[in-house]
Design a protein around this ligand. Structure first.
Ligand code: SF4
Ligand code: SF4
Length: 584
């Protein structure tokens, strides 16, 4: 059947059709929807949001050892977390096919960096498949799992935001019969202790040679001969842009993106007058082409910063053909005349209470990856650093131990706490830090679309499970001072913070209230400002709630009833008592 699917839907469909028995992952845009699109098949595919990407890959490895096909999904920065097992899994190898589905984010649409996961594949010496559209995404899942079993290696499926979230036609089919799990004991096979690990090391190199031969004949690669005055080598998504902007040029399309097919590259290069490499982000392919002694253009004409696009390829066309820039009108001009709309915490967001309470203290706030990183913006301006998942606590410890005179408050979210914040808390407790550690527990992995986590009491399989109590985890880790507060209660939150900051040792504050977007209901009664009572002091605007609209200075603000979630924070801030329940 022919259907329109996003790349992520196609990956999920491909996994189902290929007989995958288990799928693990940690949510992260742009990869999140892969597991979510397998939810309709949970009778046949075991699904799991793991606490982090390292755990997810290790679990997928276990499923593979037991002989069944598995996939693991994550965004590019998640692969940093999973890189430890990846490096050794390359040595140990697979039994059942194992596909590492990594979604990179060129252009940093929702990411803190723009790293190129192909580096990891080369580092780990595992093959990479890079689809150009949804049809290839589906086909490459099946192909990747076959490769994984044939060569006993994990295989990387490298997606990018544009492939993951764009829709194109795919041909769906039936499900292959999945293997039955049966782990065959063989320590020499599964334990890379030095004596056996050294033998594995040799097999990895031999496997790489075999994979090079596979790349030469792979149906994922191919030459499209046309006008030979200009020839492009393009990987994955880049092929689409090349075809659109240079429809009559010759193209070497690489879907088997690493290791490279050297003979095919030489054949193509010798058949064209001028060679151009088009790839997103890093120059991995271009450097390889040059290492073969083949002159080419690439990064000299096309920057590696940001996402490729038709306008950028039009710039390339102008540079190549020495035309005025741009040679043709870009089809999608940027909407530069729209007003800037900086991202803000949602109306009714429980994080607002905690950050507002923090505005009353001269402390350093080390934040983390989650919706709450938006507190970096005015008017709250209450986040000073953001590094990586789980780093909020450890960075606090570093600043504190460096001898900074001001107190440091480390902030992480609930999912982030389970991901890798726990070890930061252990560091602070064990090494006698004095930071105030805050977990913004909104009962959900909210930023990526409200996925379950170990604190929500539900699994991705839709089953009720243990609801891990963050305060109890803190106590079990040795934290002496633990408080649980309602962040909608400004006085209680402020008091807990002041008490924690008054102590000389470390504290843990769990600011606990569910995300109202997940509950899909207002927190309380919708509010309105009584203009007659309002003193126009603008104190309520300091909350940064998008429902409170600022009118002319000196005039009362107004609350937009369509946006207000009724959290009541503005009523607590208003000393004039001008915020009332709206008469709706
Ligand atoms: S805090 Fe109260 S008095 Fe001040 S502007 Fe807002 S509604 Fe008016
Ligand atoms: S009650 Fe006030 S702070 Fe809360 S959502 Fe409504 S306007 Fe915003």
């Amino acid at each position: 059947m022919t259907t329109l699917m996003t790349g992520n839907e196609a990956v999920a469909r491909g996994a189902y059709e290929a007989g995958v028995r288990a799928a693990f992952g940690y949510p992260g845009t742009p990869s999140t929807e892969i597991l979510e699109n397998l939810e309709g098949h949970k009778d046949e595919v075991y699904l799991e949001w793991s606490p982090n990407e390292k755990v997810a890959l290790e679990a997928a490895a276990g499923a593979s050892y037991a002989g069944v096909r598995s996939i693991v999904t994550m965004k590019h920065v998640g692969l940093n977390v999973a890189s430890d097992p990846l490096m050794t899994l390359s040595y140990v190898g697979c039994e059942g096919g194992l596909l590492v589905c990594v979604a990179d984010d060129p252009g940093q649409h929702s990411s803190q960096n723009e790293q190129d996961s192909r580096h990891y594949a080369r580092f780990a010496k595992i093959p990479v498949l890079e689809p150009a559209d949804s049809a290839q995404a589906l086909a490459f899942v099946r192909y990747g799992l076959e490769l994984s079993e044939r060569y006993k290696t994990p295989v990387m499926l490298r997606l990018t935001t544009r492939v993951s979230h764009s829709s194109s036609l795919v041909e769906t089919g039936g499900r292959a019969t999945p293997a039955t799990a049966l782990f065959e004991r063989n320590p020499e096979r599964f334990c890379p202790l030095p004596a056996w690990g050294r033998q594995m090391r040799k097999r990895v190199e031999a496997r790489l040679e075999e994979l090079r031969s596979e790349a030469e004949r792979s149906c994922a690669n191919g030459i499209e001969w046309q006008d030979r005055s200009l020839g492009f080598i393009a990987e994955g998504l880049a092929w689409n842009y090349v075809k659109e902007v240079f429809p009559s040029a010759s193209v070497l399309r690489l879907g088997f993106a690493w290791p490279f097919p050297d003979a095919l590259i030489r054949e193509f290069a010798s058949g064209v007058k001028r060679l151009v490499v088009v790839e997103e982000n890093e120059t991995i392919l271009e450097e390889h082409v040059r290492s073969l002694g083949i002159p080419c253009s690439g990064r000299d004409l096309l920057s590696g910063i940001g996402e490729l696009s038709v306008p950028r390829l039009l710039e390339l066309e102008a540079a190549l053909l020495d035309l005025p820039s741009p040679a043709r009108a870009a089809p999608c001009p940027e909407a530069s005349d729209l007003p800037a709309r900086p991202p803000v915490l949602c109306p009714g967001c429980p994080h607002r209470g905690l950050f507002f309470a923090l505005t009353r203290h001269d402390v350093i706030v080390t934040g983390d990856i989650g919706c709450y990183s938006l507190a970096v913006y005015p008017p709250l301006s209450r986040t000073d650093t953001v590094l990586c998942m789980g780093g909020g606590f450890s960075v606090a410890q570093g600043i504190d131990k460096a001898g900074e005179g001001r107190r440091v408050v480390g902030v992480v979210g609930d999912s982030t706490f389970f991901h890798s914040g726990i070890t930061g808390l252990l560091d602070v407790v064990y090494n006698k830090g004095r930071s105030v550690l805050v977990v913004l527990d909104n009962r959900s992995t909210a930023m990526t679309g409200h996925q379950e986590n170990p604190g929500t009491g539900m699994t991705l399989m839709g089953e009720r499970t243990v609801e891990v109590d963050i305060a109890e985890v803190g106590r079990a880790c040795g934290m002496k001072n633990v408080a649980v507060v309602d962040p909608y209660d400004l006085e209680a939150t402020g008091r807990a913070l002041a008490e924690a900051l008054a102590r000389e040792d470390s504290s843990l504050i769990v600011a606990r209230a569910p995300c109202p977007l997940r509950a899909r209901s207002a927190v309380g009664k919708i509010k309105a400002i009584d203009a007659a009572a309002c003193k126009s002091c603008r104190a309520c605007l300091k909350l940064g709630c998008p429902a409170i609209e600022s009118s002319e200075k000196g005039k009362p603000p107004a609350i937009n009833p369509e946006l207000c979630a009724g959290c009541g924070l503005c009523a607590q801030v208003c000393s004039a008592g001008a915020v009332r329940e709206a008469a709706l």
